[in-house]
Structures are given as C-alpha cells and as structure tokens.
Design a protein around this ligand. Sequence first.
Ligand code: PNS
Length: 158
Amino acid sequence: MTRRAVCPGSFDPVTNGHLDIIERAAGLFDEVVVATGTNVSKSRMFAPEERLEILRQAVAPFPNVSVAGFEGLIVDFCREIGAVAIVKGLRGATDYEYELPMAQMNAHLTGVETVFLPGAVANAFVSSSLIKEVAAFGGDISAFVPDFVAERIRARFD
Ligand code: PNS
C-alpha cells in the first residue's frame, strides 16, 4: 500500500524552511502531496494559482512530491486523496503551541495523524511573513528562498 502524506500550508511563498521539511517528508513516505490552503487570518502576497506555480517549480527535483490546492478542511482533503498523515515542521515552541491544537482537532475529526519534524536550526528564524517584510524594505532575502522565488518577491516591490 502506498503511504501518502500531506504537507499543508499557505506557502505564500514557499521558503527553504518549507522545502527542507518537504524533502525530509519525501524520504519518510512513498508520496508527498504539498497542499496549499487558505489561512483565513493571514494576508496574501501571491494568488492561489501563483503559489501553486511557484511550489511546482520548487518541488520539481523531488520525484515523489506533487502539488495541489485545497479548499475547506485539510482533513477532508486527506481523506479524498487517501493520505495517512499530515507532516508539519516545528521551528520552536511557538510553532508547537500553534500546531498542537490543530493536530489534535484534525485527529479528532477523522483520526488522521500529524507527524512533526524538527526544523533545521539554520531555518529557525525563516518565515514567509518575515521574508516579505525584509523584501518590502529592500533587504537581502537570497538565503531564505530559491533564487526564482526571490525574483518573484522582489518584482512585487519594483
Ligand atoms: O501556513 P500555515 O498558516 O501554517 O497554513 C495553515 C493551513 C492553511 C494549513 C491551515 O490553516 C489549514 O489547514 N487550513 C484549512 C482549514 C482547516 O482544516 N482548518 C482546521 C485546522 S484544525
């Protein structure tokens, strides 16, 4: 049986921190589906179609990783595609506090498991939100996202 996992997130846009988690999830499961959803409490830089396009390009080197958008509950998406687990990265205690109730709610709703992977130390301070803020004021974001993503972010502020 194919063991399929989902890596959900806003990915606005995908960062090197996300890609590290996605690559490691791809080593643990037969297939990984990176799923872009909408966090209703966050503002957007890239439209859903753009986030998908950026993700597709970023995960192209990983043969068992694909990309999809989802609307509604992540647990319903997991059920639709037969995923056995949700994989999330944790940069630290703040992420854990945010992610734990979501993992517990999702387990309550359908029994889907959440697997937490510790984020690499080098990515501990890397977030899409901070990268966008640094870029908005002309700072150097080249260490935190693939080059083509940095270009797309910079283009927003030209
Ligand atoms: O990038 P984020 O903010 O960590 O992404 C969060 C996201 C989009 C994965 C999360 O908000 C989500 O799963 N939303 C879909 C709606 C849902 O299932 N909400 C209940 C979670 S318990």
